[in-house]
Ligand binder design. Structure first.
Ligand code: SF4
Length: 109
């Protein structure tokens, strides 16, 4: 499955507990004033790659920790690929954090 990402950054100290690798998803419709990542809003600007390639890029960073945060952008706008990515990282033993602008009851179907 393919998804659109903006970036993958290692050694992140501010994206959750512990030092983490953060996957920035592309696309967001919220347009919040003061957004730190407005370059992630437009889906057309992201890099389209497979979930397996995202996992490979995380592993290729050879970080001594197994902690990933998913940020953006709004990752829940790419839910199917997000689910596959979480499944694969979880099965590799990763602690996974996810930032979203949605409340549980507001998650789009
Ligand atoms: S939800 Fe997040 S990524 Fe989207 S516009 Fe707001 S702050 Fe930016």
């Amino acid at each position: 499955m393919e998804l659109s990402i903006a970036d993958i950054k290692e050694l992140r100290y501010e994206d959750g507990p512990g030092i983490r690798t953060t996957i920035f998803f592309q696309r967001c419709n919220r347009r919040c004033a003061g957004c730190h990542n407005p370059d992630t809003w437009n889906i057309d600007k992201g890099e389209k790659i497979s979930v397996d390639e995202v996992v490979k890029r995380v592993l290729d960073k050879k970080m001594p920790y197994k902690r990933v945060s998913i940020s953006g952008g709004e990752s829940l706008l790419q839910r199917e690929a997000l689910g596959e990515l979480i499944f694969k990282l979880f099965n590799l033993g990763y602690d996974i954090g996810l930032y979203t602008s949605y409340e549980i009851e507001d998650i789009p179907k």
